[in-house]
Design a protein around this ligand. Structure first.
Ligand code: ARG
Length: 406
């Protein structure tokens, strides 16, 4: 008896994989696993109904808490890739691990996914699965399936797939983002119609302000009300989405090098990332902020690759954790015109002194305005020397009294 655990959504790709794993890969038994990372209820209904019609044993695993926690880790790293806050990317390792657990519990010999050979998800899933000694199958890629072939095969086999209008976008939803791609959207010049958006309303003239509380870089409360990670993200998706916050339309460079036209909605992510950056700007030193940009960028890259458990990420998180010890305080965010803008920030760790920086105060402690005179004389000194030398060499020196600085 051989058994394979398939990442199952009830969509066309994963539905055709069920009989194909028996016919083409010779498995006696296929089980389906659907992992909950905050998809809408209809998706679970679709998975359950399709599984029932196929006679497929289906396991639904709730990984929302774990996924939300990873999303909040990504906030501490200000994580985004080419403008996209990594919803799909961060969910994949969580899903892959959950499937692996079910596969082990159910004594499977193999795991399988229905991803194509063009996208990122095949790489993200398999990076996790190949840590185990189970066989890894990718029928869509390995058998070179096309959607057209799948549709015909489904019809022939009388598989329970939706009528297939053919005009639908491919959508991937979890609590961190909703991604919309495919169909007409594959034309980079095709302007997305309003109907593609489900989480974000068209921005109106209305505005609203909310206050987000951070502890050690983690958001913990909205308007003073403490809540768990999942509820906090869900609530902010609602609040910010109503003002049209968090839409991205981008040409994304995938890992294989192919570009893809992507549209995303991510109201909570945009709100939290903006708020977190605003608080870091208040409490971190200039040199910490500069260096952290590099760290954040590397974290984001690993996040995009689905490799958040790489040793590099642990090392980067060591630095991040040290900086986040002071990222505690509140940020006021204003939703306005599709934006979530920080309009106030407060922290007991502020590396800021209003009295030192103000135009209104002459002397604070021992520092006086005059003290900057020496700095001002030196500022740009090498540049001044270099320009003079170049002018001299070119014989275009403007005045004779220039070279007094040696
Ligand atoms: N391109 C994105 C990524 O690799 C998201 C893809 C989402 N899939 C979809 N069917 N919309 O992270």
């Amino acid at each position: 008896m051989t058994r394979v655990a398939l990442a199952f959504s009830g969509g066309l790709d994963t539905t055709v994989c069920v009989p194909l794993l028996e016919e083409e890969y010779g498995h006696d038994d296929v089980i389906g696993v659907t992992v909950d990372v905050g998809q809408p209820a209809e998706e679970f209904d679709e998975a359950e109904e399709t599984a029932e019609a196929l006679g497929l044993e289906l396991h639904v695993v709730d990984a929302r808490e774990e996924f939300a926690q990873l999303c909040l880790e990504s906030v501490r790293a200000n994580a985004s890739y080419q403008g996209y806050p990594l919803g799909t990317a961060l969910a994949r390792p969580v899903i892959a691990n959950a499937i692996l657990e079910v596969a082990k519990e159910r004594d499977c010999d193999a795991v399988a996914h229905g991803c194509t050979g063009k996208g990122n998800d095949q790489l993200r899933f398999e990076a996790i699965w190949r840590d185990s000694d189970l066989d890894v199958y990718a029928p869509v890629r390995e058998l070179g399936l096309t959607r057209e072939w799948e549709q015909e095969y489904a019809e022939e086999k009388d598989l329970p797939v939706e009528g297939g209008s053919g005009g639908d976008w491919s959508i991937d939803t979890n609590i961190w983002s909703r991604s919309i791609e495919g169909d007409e959207l594959e034309d980079p010049n095709y302007v997305p119609p309003k109907e593609i958006y489900e989480w974000t309303a068209e921005p109106t003239g209305e505005t609203e302000e909310i206050e987000i509380t951070f502890e050690n870089g983690y958001p913990v409360a909205v308007d003073g009300e403490e809540m768990g990670s999942v509820s906090l993200i869900e609530q902010l998706n609602e609040l910010a989405g109503a003002y049209g916050v968090g839409r991205t339309d981008s040409m994304e460079d995938r890992m294989l090098g192919l570009k893809v036209r992507e549209n995303y909605e991510h109201p909570a992510a945009t709100t939290l990332l903006n708020a977190h950056e605003a608080l870091e700007a208040l409490v971190l030193t200039q040199e910490e902020r500069e260096f952290k940009q590099l760290v954040d960028q590397r974290w984001s890259k690993k996040g995009y690759e689905g490799l958040v458990d790489a040793p590099l990420v642990d090392a980067l998180e060591g630095f991040i954790a040290e900086t986040q010890k002071r990222v505690t305080g509140t940020v006021t965010i204003r939703f306005e015109g599709g934006q979530a803008r920080a309009v106030g920030r407060d922290s007991e760790y502020a590396a800021y002194s209003a009295s030192h920086a103000s135009f209104d105060t002459e002397t604070v402690g021992s520092i006086e305005q005059e003290d900057a005179t020496g700095v001002a004389k030196y500022h740009g000194f090498q540049r001044r020397l270099a320009k003079k030398a170049a002018q001299k060499a070119a014989g275009t020196e403007l005045s004779a009294d220039g070279g007094s600085e040696e």
